[in-house]
Design a protein around this ligand. Structure first.
Ligand code: GCO
Length: 485
């Protein structure tokens, strides 16, 4: 069967995040973010790696955009560092910081590259953590609103696509449940409470955007994976339903329907984990409708019935891995509570894994896009998908054929999903250049462009297009016509 063509103006893109690429961590008046402070504390990150210099995109911006132009990118997704623009989080605007993004956006537009601007990719200004206790306080909402207003007003004529929060599920899971991202809290109840406040901030930003930028499009980017039962045993199927509520619906229903999912809300209330939600909160959440849903897809999750007392029959019990945030296992202490719908995350015996143990599942991409589109009927924008690998520079070249295979397989299932009928705006591969992996340092490379640096420090930071760079350039040139059934 023939696949439908990709839509005519499909946004072929690549993505990045401020802390992972910019460097210039205190340049031109930038204030510290929670990641600057966290990464400077010994023991918090892999081999003590920080984003102080990262790949120094802050000083290589023109060169990086020239490479994007050479590749023919149609879209570039980047994030703004809040504390570069408003160093103390809610005080005066730092014009020099704002100007960096102004120059970046201008360079993109000059090369016909659509900017896709992420407002929040995890680097909260440290001042807001200190003053208000960060996302655990409602006082951060007006600060976020002010920051958003500054950017909406500055860039509303040049930026059409905006992302509110990147992977809220991941940064709150890591930051407030597992304690391996700032602010290093390990408390499930506080995690849910922080999420509620972020949901309110998300809704506030969307409503403000619709007032100020009526022609633009805005939505959150969610770290999404479909959930499979390990077997056809009804108990495993029930576990998968629970895991889908716990890992996906708890966020997605709020974003897209303006309400918490019914069963999960009941279960969390019974377990005394449900945050306090006022009638005004409910009304705010209901009032804010995103224009699209951003999907970051790496892999899904496989679960079985929770039977801690019995050995796992098939599939290995999946140890929670600090470096793989995409399926959250309930914490052991909750396992003791019959109130929380339970499941055990396990490895899927049918799937291969990357060097970091992440499952490789292109079919799950189609499954997920279909499921999400069926439920919410919002246009979808894939804001991340890619392969972290140990790329090697040999004789001045990088042969990352495995990345080409990975991306090719995912583009195929995405094209199938489009043929199925999913409305898709675009696809941003993660990532354009190599960058800092939050928890894995610099050797886990995702980019189309190799950057010469490693965990020990910046070398000459030379940029070298990999084999995948030229492959993706051809895909873009032919609007994906090479991707066949
Ligand atoms: C990593 C991760 C990140 C994320 C991205 C999420 O290894 O650190 O893969 O690069 O994918 O920041 O939005």
């Amino acid at each position: 069967k023939q696949l439908d063509d990709f839509p005519k103006n499909f946004l072929w893109g690549a993505a990045s995040a401020a802390y992972q690429i910019e460097g210039g961590f205190d340049a031109d008046g930038k204030g510290p973010s929670i990641w600057d402070v966290y990464a400077h504390q010994p023991g918090n990150t892999f081999k003590g790696t920080t984003g102080d210099v990262a790949i120094d995109h802050y000083h290589h911006m023109a060169e990086d955009v020239a490479l994007m132009a050479k590749m023919g990118l149609k879209a570039y997704r980047f994030s703004v560092a809040w504390s570069r623009v408003i160093p103390d989080g809610d005080g005066a605007v730092n014009e020099a910081g704002l100007d960096f993004y102004r120059r970046l956006i201008k360079a993109l537009k000059q090369n016909d590259i659509e900017p896709v601007l992420t407002l929040y990719h995890w680097d909260l200004p440290q001042a807001l953590q200190d003053k208000y206790n960060g996302w655990e306080s409602r006082q951060v909402i007006p600060a976020f609103e002010k920051y958003c207003r500054t950017l909406f007003e500055a860039f509303k004529d040049d930026v059409k696509y905006w992302v509110t929060f990147n992977e809220q599920n991941v940064f709150t899971g890591m930051g407030y449940r597992w304690g391996n991202h700032p602010p290093k809290v390990q408390d499930t109840k506080r995690m849910f409470a922080a999420n509620h406040i972020i949901n309110l901030a998300n809704a506030t930003a969307i409503n403000l955007f619709h007032q100020l930028v009526p022609d633009g499009m805005i939505g959150p980017s969610f770290g999404y994976g479909p959930v499979y039962p390990l077997t056809g045993a009804p108990e495993d199927v029930l576990a998968a339903v629970n895991a889908d509520d716990f890992n996906n619906n708890w966020w997605l229903d709020v974003y897209c329907r303006g309400e918490y999912p019914y069963f999960e809300r009941k279960a969390l209330t019974r377990a005394e984990l449900m945050p306090e939600v006022t009638a005004a909160d409910d009304a705010l959440l209901k009032s804010a409708k995103p224009d699209f849903l951003g999907i970051n897809y790496y892999h899904g999750g496989t679960v079985q019935q929770n039977r801690l007392e019995k050995p796992v029959k098939a599939g290995d019990a999946k140890e929670f891995s600090a470096t793989d945030p995409y399926l959250m296992q309930p914490k052991a202490e909750q396992a003791q509570s019959p109130e929380v719908p339970m499941f055990n995350a396990v490895s899927n015996p049918y799937l291969a894994k990357t060097a970091w143990g992440w499952e490789i599942d292109p079919v799950g991409f189609r499954v997920g896009l279909r499921q999400v589109y069926e439920k919410y009927r919002l246009p979808l924008f894939v804001t991340e998908n890619g392969l972290g690998a140990l790329d090697e520079l040999k004789d001045g070249e990088i042969d990352d054929s495995y990345r080409i295979d990975y991306l090719q397989d995912h583009l195929k299932t995405m094209k199938e999903a489009i043929t199925d009928g999913v409305d898709m705006i675009g696809y941003c591969a993660w990532s354009f250049t190599d960058l800092l992996s939050w928890l894995n340092g610099y050797k886990k490379r995702y980019g189309f462009v190799y950057v010469d640096r490693d965990d020990d420090g910046p070398k000459d930071l030379k940029r070298i297009p990999k084999k995948s760079f030229y492959w993706y350039r051809d895909i873009i040139k032919q609007n994906g016509a090479q991707i066949k059934a």
